[in-house]
Design a protein around this ligand. Sequence first.
Ligand SMILES: Nc1ncnc2c1ncn2[C@@H]1O[C@H](COP(=O)(O)OP(=O)(O)O)[C@@H](O)[C@H]1O
Ligand SMILES: [Mg+2]
Length: 304
Amino acid sequence: MGCASSLAAGDNAECAKARGLLQNGKKGDFDAAFSSGRLLGRGGFSQVRAIRRRADGERLAVKVVALGSGHSSPPDDRFPSGSDNFRTEKEMQMEEVVCELAAWSAVQGSRHVVNFVSATVERRLVFMVMERCGASILHRAAESPDSPGFWGRESRRVLKEMLLGVQACHHADIVHRDVKPQNFLLGADGSTVKLCDFGLAVRMPHQRQLRGMAGTIPFASPEMLKGSGYGKATDVWSFGIMAYYLSFGGLPFIPDKTTCEGMKKAHRRGLPARCRRRLERGGGAAALVGRQLEPRPASLRWCH
Ligand SMILES: Nc1ncnc2c1ncn2[C@@H]1O[C@H](COP(=O)(O)OP(=O)(O)O)[C@@H](O)[C@H]1O
Ligand SMILES: [Mg+2]
């Protein structure tokens, strides 16, 4: 993360520490230590597989990133400009991995964050080993769309534990920037909620705001879309959108086009009456969501 332009020079120590977490392996080392199983999920730039540690039979998961696989760096501010632009795609992807490890290791210790185990790079493959989780929240909630099941019973606890995951980041001065249902998993016990995917997370700079777009458009906060700087509250906005989505099965702000401009317009139109009515009718979790999504006039001023 110190490798990022948005971070203070003093963070270089943190970046060096994260590089230290990434062990250099030779071809075959990973296969010698772990046996690979089924595909658990796929992200934009990675795939996650079930694995078993040969030494003790421990069930774990690995996120595999193929360096130089053709995706360009995310459109955010995590990379220095100028001469550094001449770095190869592989180097930039490696930098992204180091940023992810730095953020992830900074928030270790919470039972609501997926536990990191180890990371190795073998030629063009990075293996990030972590605790194995079960279904994503999205899958479990989708199992009971009419709320008689898991979501109906558990929504308050689940939302609270999601917030505890986000809070663990903020206590460590990390902004996750990709708070959305796909990035919350249920632990191996089938119930504890855990935040994953620190691929876009950054450290909050001292006395400055973050800049740059990162994340998933429908969950992006007005202040991020405005482009004039944002902080930890951006995750709270995304949490509100996510909680609404999980509670009511749709997004509160629906853009005409899924672009930043489209999203800004949707925010400017305000919360549709239909959504307000839903929030007013529901108590408990719905009331909580209502508070998260109340657009603060200051955060929308840029729209006028
Ligand atoms: N520890 C884990 N246990 C089980 N499944 C996981 C684990 N980590 C990630 N996944 C699955 O893989 C998907 C992609 O992982 P993620 O870290 O979000 O990758 P990306 O950065 O590419 O989005 C997740 O949405 C989830 O379904
Ligand atoms: Mg993800």
